[in-house]
Design a protein. Structure first.
Length: 406
């Protein structure tokens, strides 16, 4: 059973309409129910069942088991107009929760440590409201409850399954509850918001031997160390200074004993950038650098390089739609944050490649309550007042998207 832990909003919601404010208790309960039963990528079956049950109760048409566990719902207005999609990701992370709250995860080693439980609750609240107010907007709204954002990505398989068709989607929006911004702020900008995510694993193959006889060996540790240092020149000497990028080596494994020269060394890392034109550039440069260093030492190597997600790039008109809506909802002394880029990645990027759209951040940090731990931290939690605000933002985007004068 979901706890009756206090749910009173700590944020001024006076600009949120009464019908949506009255949903706050339900929003919190849905979020906490999902939080207690976190599920990893492509295994979000209880979450999908909960979503489908709510949609059925509310008489909203929907399909299930899309890209394994995805759910898509459609609400048509009584007034003709365009089709706007709203995307919410559902999956949790393989993290042991450290929060001492009544609604903490009941699944060992699994936790909603990134706010996806809140994303689902906000989308459900938006669907409920719009289903009760079909005359208040124009066109059709399609809700995409997506699996597996945290891993290999569920957006692409959902797109391949046709979720942006029948009816064809004209625009798409999504939000991320964001503890990197103060409670009640909205981070929105046109152009790049989040970075491309590329990954690599490399094995350096040398020749092992006795630590006292290095002349008989090809030291994989020495070779790999030079590779690590050389890779740091890619951003500083290959990428234009105005193009932000990151090359990080996160793992380095080599050796078995203090007096043995290692015959192999294994490196792995990640690459991030905003400029879509850089696709392929950094990977090629990494291959060239590793190849040159290995050749100079007589070593060989095996490199595996792959792209997870392209950068999240917002359409200018759609970003302006979200910005104009946010300006009507947030408190004047809080504000809209345009400088909200992050080198974090998101597979929302695939949706934004397919149709014009906007992904934005909803500030949720409340240090006074201890709700300001970073995403993916075992004590991550957020101020649930933003659930109500998230619904209001989505509903106003729907209402404004269907107007010809928007």
């Amino acid at each position: 059973m979901v706890s009756t832990f206090p749910i009173a909003p700590t944020l001024d919601l006076s600009k949120v309409r009464l019908d949506i404010r009255n949903l706050q208790r339900d929003l919190v309960q849905w979020r906490r129910q999902i939080h207690q039963q976190p599920e990893l990528a492509f295994d979000e079956r209880q979450t999908a069942t909960l979503i489908a049950a709510k949609l059925t109760d509310w008489g909203i048409d929907h399909q299930t088991e899309i890209a394994k566990t995805g759910v898509v719902a459609t609400i048509a207005s009584s007034n003709p107009g365009p089709v706007l999609a709203i995307r919410a990701d559902m999956d949790a992370l393989p993290i042991q929760e450290a929060n001492d709250v009544p609604y903490r995860s009941q699944q060992e080693g699994k936790m909603h440590a990134c706010g996806h439980d809140g994303h689902v609750a906000i989308a459900l609240g938006t669907a409920y409201y719009l289903a009760q107010h079909r005359d208040a907007f124009c066109g059709t709204v399609k809700f995409i409850f997506q699996p597996a954002e945290e891993s290999v990505g569920g957006a692409k398989p959902m797109i391949e399954a046709g979720v942006l068709q029948n009816p064809d989607v004209d625009g798409i929006i999504g939000l991320h509850i964001w503890n990197n911004l103060p409670l009640g702020t909205v981070g929105v900008r046109s152009g790049p918001l989040m970075a491309a995510v590329e990954c690599f694993r490399c094995t350096i193959l040398g020749k092992g031997g006795h630590g006292a006889m290095p002349d008989q060996t090809i030291d994989a540790v020495v070779v790999a160390s030079q590779v690590v240092n050389a890779l740091q020149t890619i951003v500083s000497r290959t990428i234009k200074p105005l193009d932000a990028a990151v090359v990080t080596v996160g793992e380095f494994h080599a050796g078995t004993a203090l007096n043995v020269i290692a015959d192999t060394a294994r490196l792995s890392g990640t690459v991030r950038y905003f400029n879509a034109d850089l696709e392929g550039t950094i990977g090629d440069r990494i291959n060239t650098i590793i190849g040159g260093i290995c050749q100079s030492h007589g070593a060989t190597y095996d490199l595996n390089y792959w792209q997870l997600y392209p950068p999240v790039i917002n359409d200018t008109a759609m970003a302006e739609l979200v910005r104009s809506v946010a300006a009507d909802v947030i408190e004047p002394d809080l504000g809209i944050v345009p400088d909200c880029q992050t080198m974090g990645g998101e597979d929302m990027s695939f949706f934004l490649q397919a149709v014009p759209g906007c992904y934005f951040f909803l500030g949720s940090a409340n240090p006074a309550q201890g709700w300001d731990y970073p995403h993916h931290h075992p004590q991550f939690d957020f101020d649930e007042s933003v659930l109500c605000m998230g619904v209001e933002l989505f509903v106003r985007c729907v209402e404004r998207f269907g107007r010809e004068d928007r």
